[in-house]
Design a binder for this molecule. Structure first.
Ligand SMILES: Cc1ncc(C[n+]2csc(CCOP(=O)(O)OP(=O)(O)O)c2C)c(N)n1
Ligand SMILES: [Mg+2]
Length: 312
């Protein structure tokens, strides 16, 4: 697989931009459903989405927005879904926490922690018994892996060598609690080693590296069986709701600062901007006008807001 690291970095910016718009919507209470933003998860979402083949599937969690945006390739249907509109991605019926997009491989999303993991195993097994070859990506969090379903799914997947990629998004948070505040450490590499499951760590948010690793991991799962990827992520938001958004939140995000939230490797947008030459993208005035409309609290256009990242 050839990886276009510039294109991948632009996608990271795109995902941040769309979430920025959703964040502004949330601040203005435009949605009746709670939305779990995933600012900070963009590099991982781009890499997982890029690694998927046409027939691969995904089973997601409550924090699915980056994946839904990456797979849909646009904001419009997702935003309309959050508005409970009949024109939304799921006719306004599923909202945020259970949003799927079967045409793009997102076949299951659950707000019940750990619940998507055995479902992912079932999906993979059904494919095998049906004679089809593909991979299922199952997302989970450092909180959800405390559910017995995580362990049971690893055992089941390994017992049948199912082509499942378990992706743990470790943001050291479950609601407002850090891992050390709520449980003992779980050494996932040791757990995987005990079960004979391949383990891979992702950190640093280099999208090109993430894409290459995810592609290799997918290949391994396709050929040999389950893999567990632990990705260290910083979630730059409160558990659900707008961020930066609360008066007490010190974090800021703006076009002027190029959508960067934190100048460190914890922020995939900051990392992407180290790769991108200013000639690789341009925040056009069209973009600023559209965003300005959205921020002014004035009438929100239903048309697709689009970050124009064009070569100068
Ligand atoms: C079985 C179950 N228990 C509790 C909850 C309530 N709950 C929703 S999200 C969440 C925290 C999840 O943490 P994590 O899996 O790490 O995901 P993150 O929100 O950090 O991305 C909890 C406890 C739930 N949805 N399902
Ligand atoms: Mg977490």
């Amino acid at each position: 697989m050839t990886i276009d690291i510039i294109a991948a970095a632009r996608q990271v910016l795109q995902l941040r931009y769309w979430q920025h718009l959703l964040n502004e919507d949330l601040k203005q209470k435009r949605f009746r459903v709670p939305v779990h933003l995933a600012m900070g998860h963009e590099a991982l979402a781009v890499a997982v989405s890029a690694a998927m083949s046409e027939s691969d599937q995904m089973a997601l969690t409550h924090r699915n927005v980056a994946y839904n945006l990456a797979r849909a390739g646009s904001l419009g249907p997702v935003r309309l879904e959050y508005e409970s509109s009949a024109a939304g991605a799921a006719a306004g019926v599923l909202g945020s926490m259970n949003l799927i997009n079967p045409k793009r491989g997102i076949v299951y999303t659950s707000s019940i922690l750990g619940n998507n993991l055995p479902v992912a195993c079932g999906l993979a097994m059904a494919r095998i018994t049906g004679g089809e070859r593909s991979v299922v990506f199952a997302l989970t969090g450092d909180g959800a892996l405390e559910e017995g379903a995580f362990y049971e799914s690893l055992v089941f997947a390994r017992s049948h060598d199912l082509p499942v990629v378990f992706v743990v998004e470790n943001n050291d948070h479950s609601l407002a609690s850090k891992i050390a505040e709520r449980r003992c450490a779980i050494r996932i590499p040791s757990l995987c080693d005990a079960l004979g499951i391949q383990y891979t760590l992702l950190e640093g948010n280099h999208t090109g590296e993430y894409c290459a690793t995810m592609s290799a991991v997918r290949r391994y799962a396709f050929d040999s069986g389950p893999v567990c990827v632990e990705a260290m992520v910083a979630t730059f938001s409160n558990h659900a709701g707008p961020t930066p958004g609360w008066a007490s939140d010190p974090k800021t995000i703006s076009i002027e600062r190029g959508l960067v939230i934190e100048e460190s490797q914890r922020d995939p947008v900051w990392v992407a901007r180290q790769i991108l030459d200013p000639a690789d993208y341009e925040l056009t005035s069209d973009y600023l006008i559209r965003l300005g409309k959205s921020l002014s609290g004035g009438e929100l256009t239903k048309e697709e807001p689009c970050l124009t990242i064009s070569a100068k």
